[in-house]
Design a protein around this ligand. Sequence first.
Ligand SMILES: C[S@@+](CC[C@H](N)C(=O)[O-])C[C@H]1O[C@@H](n2cnc3c(N)ncnc32)[C@H](O)[C@@H]1O
Length: 247
Amino acid sequence: MLNEFGYDVGQWDIARFRERPPQDTFTAFDLEWHLLPDVWPGNAVATKLFTSWLPYEEADSFLEVGCGAGVTAVVAAMRGCSRVCALDINPAAAETARLNAVRHGVGDRVTTLTSDLFAGLDEGTTFDLIYWNSPFVEAPAGHEYRSQIDYAAFDSGYRTHAAFFAGLGGHMTGATRVFLGFSETLGNPSHLHELAARAGFTASVYRREEFALPADYSGPGSGTDGGPTSLVYVLYEFRRTATTDPA
Ligand SMILES: C[S@@+](CC[C@H](N)C(=O)[O-])C[C@H]1O[C@@H](n2cnc3c(N)ncnc32)[C@H](O)[C@@H]1O
C-alpha cells in the first residue's frame, strides 16, 4: 500500500525546490560545489548522513548510482577509492558530478555517466562498493514527472528499485557490498524488502538516524494531524542470499 504521508511530504519538498531562487553552488562537507539547473543539491540531510556513514576505506572501486551533484562519489575518491563511477539518469546531474570531481581535484579517479541504472556500464564491470541514495518516495502509477528533478524523489510503483535489484548481480563480485540510502518514514520499506527478496537480496540496517519533521511541513499526516513527528533515515546493506530470481 502506498505511503500517503511520504508521497505528500515528497510533493511538498519538490514544490519547495521549484519555488527556491535558482542556485549555481551549494556547500556541503565544508566545500563549495557546482550545481546545474534541475539537479538535486547534495546538501540535503540524507545525502550528508549516508555520505558520512559509507565504509569507503574497505573499497578500491565505488559505484554511485543516481549521483545527483556527485558529492558522495567525490568524497569516495577523496577518501581513497581509486576507481569511482558516478552515474545518473539526469544528464545535468552527470555533468554536475563531473564538474565537481574536477573542482575538488579527483577528476582523474571519477568517471561520470548518463545512464538509466546500470544500462550504460560495460557488461561485467564490477565494483567493491555499490551505493544509491534512492528516490525512495513511492509514487502512484499516474504520477506526473514534470522535469528531471521528480526522478530524484519519486519512483512509481518502485519500478526503478525493482530494476536496481535485478541489475545489481551483473556488477558484483562475491565480495561486493551494496548499500541503499532510504527513509523508513517517507518510503515503503515493506515493498522495498519484497522486491529485494524477489531478486535474492536481504537487507540489514547499517545505520539509522531520526530527525524532527521540518517545522514548516503542515500537510496531511503531519505531527499536528496525528501523523509522524519525525523522519527516519536508514542506510541498508543488502546481501545476496539466493542466486536465482524466483519471480
Ligand atoms: C535522492 S537523489 C540522490 C542524489 C545524490 N546521490 C545525493 O545523495 O544527493 C536520487 C538520484 O537518483 C537519480 N535516478 C533516479 N532514477 C534513476 C535511474 N533510473 N538511473 C539512474 N539514476 C536515477 C535521480 O536523478 C537523482 O539524482
